[in-house]
Design a protein around this ligand. Structure first.
Ligand SMILES: [Mn+2]
Length: 313
């Protein structure tokens, strides 16, 4: 059963992004009424407010990284906040902020899994693999590097957050919706053996088969973490993002992903990142994100008896 004690954690920063504006994401999600959308399922929802961290100095890359110290500080703060909510038996919803924040969030989730003996499964919904390192990245923007850092490849101020290097194993992550991967990243994905369901594969086999494979092996002892980069979605339905890539999933495909995750009843933590209200139209991308969150928490059109008809995974 999905934990119905939910904590919203706002992380208003864009220090890891190339385009400014994701720092306004938490407020846009509140305006789209994320609190009520989750509370509608009988959940006890607590809005913890926004974390406070360094401002965005808007400087060029140094040694292959932009804003490394600021990114490290935000992620240290976030790590402690997410870990505290998990320890308190609550389901943290991290409202970003850019995707560099997955370092703090997922390192906390992984630390929690180690301490309670749970298996970790991360579902990474994104247009990008976010597996860059300083030597591969053209921009130095750290929001393109969180998967590498979590897997132990990156500057020590980021890889050591949570006190366990690597924070997570490549075998614990599944990437879905990928359609823009740098040359170096392609080789690195292959080398690490990350399981990637790219858009071509989704086109060929369909989203249902993809999600069945991405969720294979998830059982009652699995902590399911969803990291939802809004650029996963097709830009025609989700324009409020700094790094749009056309050819993403449709509204229904995205909903199906979330509904199939809800069916497992193992969702235990969530990141919503890269929402950029400065680029959005009348908050439509935030509203879409909240729609997806509703499905993730179990909104369905009909009463479905998935436990009986699908059997145990
Ligand atoms: Mn991303």
């Amino acid at each position: 059963m999905t934990n119905l004690n939910v904590s919203l954690i706002g992380v208003p920063t864009d220090v890891g992004a190339g385009t400014r504006g994701a720092s306004m994401g938490p407020e846009a999600l509140r305006v789209a009424d994320i609190h009520a959308a989750i509370a509608a399922f009988g959940a006890d929802v607590r809005d913890c407010g926004n974390l406070a961290g360094p401002t965005n100095p808007n400087l060029p890359a140094v040694g292959g990284f932009r804003h490394l110290q600021e990114v490290a500080q935000w992620n240290e703060i976030l790590h402690e906040a997410v870990y505290a909510e998990l320890r308190a038996g609550r389901l943290p919803v991290m409202m970003g902020g850019d995707h560099c924040l997955a370092i703090g969030s997922i390192s906390a989730v992984a630390r929690h899994c180690r301490s309670v003996g749970k298996k970790l499964r991360v579902l990474w919904f994104d247009a990008h693999a976010d597996l860059n390192t300083a030597t591969m990245t053209p921009s130095g923007n750290i929001h393109g590097m969180p998967v590498a850092c979590l897997c132990g490849h990156g500057p020590e101020v980021l890889t050591r957050i949570g006190g366990h290097i690597p924070a997570m194993l490549p075998a614990e992550i599944r990437q879905i919706g990928i359609r823009s991967v740098d040359e170096g990243e392609k080789r690195f994905l292959c080398e690490l053996g990350v399981e990637v369901f790219d858009m071509r594969y989704i086109d060929e086999v369909g989203m249902r088969a993809v999600m069945e494979q991405a969720l294979a092996g998830v059982d009652e002892n699995t902590h399911l973490h969803v990291s939802l980069d809004v650029d996963f979605l097709d830009p025609t339905i989700a324009p409020g993002v700094g790094t749009t890539v056309r050819g993403g999933p449709t509204y229904r495909e995205a909903e199906l992903c979330m509904e199939m995750i809800a069916d497992t009843e193992q969702l235990a933590s969530l990141d919503i990142v890269e929402l950029n209200p400065a680029l959005d139209h009348r908050n439509m991308t935030a509203e879409l994100a909240v729609d997806l969150v509703e499905s993730l928490f179990g909104k369905s059109t009909l009463m479905r008896m998935h436990r009986q008809t699908r059997g145990k995974r």
